[in-house]
Design a protein around this ligand. Structure first.
Ligand code: NAD
Ligand code: IPM
Ligand code: MN
Length: 361
């Protein structure tokens, strides 16, 4: 089979700490399943690169990265060094836009052995996908500041929804829901208060719904939806939301399953025209960086999503099962602090790698 080329971009903070374990686990799965992968690492899209070059990316980044089949990405941002909007709009958000990665796919799953902050929940009770719009919506560069520094100071940032942009993320979410046993799609809205864009979003959901007559659709305003995530997470199967709503829900969901440290994310260009990007949901975590205690599961699971994306279903299933096996054993000296143990990035990352290398079960 063809060699798949992967651009490795560790970024900042714990991104650089979890990346080696993500890579080790992907390589272990590739070894067992005889998948040919080639990796090339880049130092850009980091605040260290910015300090050296005055920008987050080299001018030819798009040409360079277009040659890869996927990007495996850690995390970006060190607000003490570079303002967050500069580092993120100069890197990750460029990738998402320029590579038209219009789907941000994020699982929320209560894993075996992980202590759940919600009462009386067991694995199986929380198992849903968030499909987040990833290229427009509230994340828009349209707007500006008028009369800066005066009493009349006025700051505006527009929300953008295009028919193509809304319909394509809804279609992906409907398709995903249709492929699952529960066939249930929940749409996040706020059409009571955000009176132009959100009613538009709702109208596109209604327009598409008849083409998926077997998919049960409901919608909730984002405020009560956050409450339902906490109080009845078993209700959800596939949840679709705008860029900002999806962002918020995809920290809340994983937190409800124990820790945001386990959650992965696929920034997908379903057309295949550009590479997709796989990363943990979490950021660079400056508060714990340098300590070697970051949970590597989000990074490893992102690698698992990358193999799944390439079509290596068995290898991906094996990787996820291996993560679950290590979590289920719950050894205190292996499990990281955010999951209640006394282990570290290395103890957990090594354990998953070894579990994968045990081979096909
Ligand atoms: P964060 O996700 O970095 O951290 C939030 C909290 O969760 C922190 O207390 C952190 O220690 C903890 N945490 C996160 N990942 C963990 C892990 N793997 N193991 C254990 N604990 C973990 O979010 P933040 O503090 O809002 O942002 C920090 C920086 O990261 C900012 O610069 C922000 O812009 C950036 N950020 C980047 C991405 C990305 O690159 N995709 C995502 C989110 C935030
Ligand atoms: C995420 C992050 C990014 C986002 C930030 C760092 C710009 O929070 O991937 O969830 O808001 O999309
Ligand atoms: Mn986020």
């Amino acid at each position: 089979s063809k060699t798949l080329r992967i651009a490795v971009i560790p970024g900042d903070g714990i991104g650089t700490e979890v990346m080696p374990y993500g890579l080790a686990c992907v390589k272990a799965a590739a070894k067992i399943y005889d998948i040919s992968l080639e990796f090339e690492e880049f130092d850009f899209a980091s605040c260290a690169y910015y300090q050296k070059h005055g920008k987050m990316l080299p001018d030819d980044w798009k040409e360079t990265l277009s040659k890869f089949d996927a990007l495996y990405f850690g995390a970006v941002g060190l607000p003490e060094v570079v303002p967050d909007h500069v580092s993120l709009w100069g890197s990750l958000l460029q990738f998402r836009r320029e590579f038209d990665q219009y789907i941000n796919l994020r699982p929320c799953r209560l894993m075996p052995g992980v202590r759940c902050p919600l009462a009386n929940r067991k694995p199986g009770d929380i198992d849903f996908w968030i499909v987040r719009e990833n290229t427009e919506g509230e994340y828009s560069s349209i707007g500006g500041t008028m009369f800066p520094g005066t009493e009349r100071e006025t700051v505006i940032q527009e929300t953008v929804m295009t028919r193509i942009g809304v319909d394509r993320v809804l279609k992906y979410a409907f398709d995903l829901a249709q492929s699952r046993p529960k066939k249930h799609l929940t749409s996040a809205t706020k059409s009571n208060g955000i009176s132009i864009t959100m009613p538009y979003w709702d109208s596109r959901v209604e327009a598409m719904s008849p083409s998926y007559s077997d998919v049960k659709v409901d919608k909730f305003h984002i405020d009560i939806l956050t409450a339902h995530f906490v109080q009845r997470p078993q209700h959800f199967d596939v949840v679709v939301g705008s860029n900002l709503f999806g962002d918020i829900l995809s920290d809340l969901g994983p937190a409800c399953t124990g820790t945001i440290g386990i959650a992965p994310s696929g920034n997908i260009n379903p057309t295949g025209k550009f590479p997709s990007l796989f990363e943990p949901v979490h950021g660079s975590a400056p508060d714990i960086m340098g300590k070697g205690i970051a949970n590597p599961v989000g990074m490893i699971w992102a690698g698992q999503m990358m193999l799944e994306h390439f079509g290596y279903k068995e290898a991906a299933a094996h990787m996820l099962k291996s993560v679950e096996n290590v979590l289920a054993r719950g050894e205190d000296s292996v499990v990281t602090a955010d999951m209640g143990g006394h282990g570290n990035t290395k103890s957990f990352g090594d354990a998953v790698e070894q579990e994968i290398l045990k081979g096909k079960q």
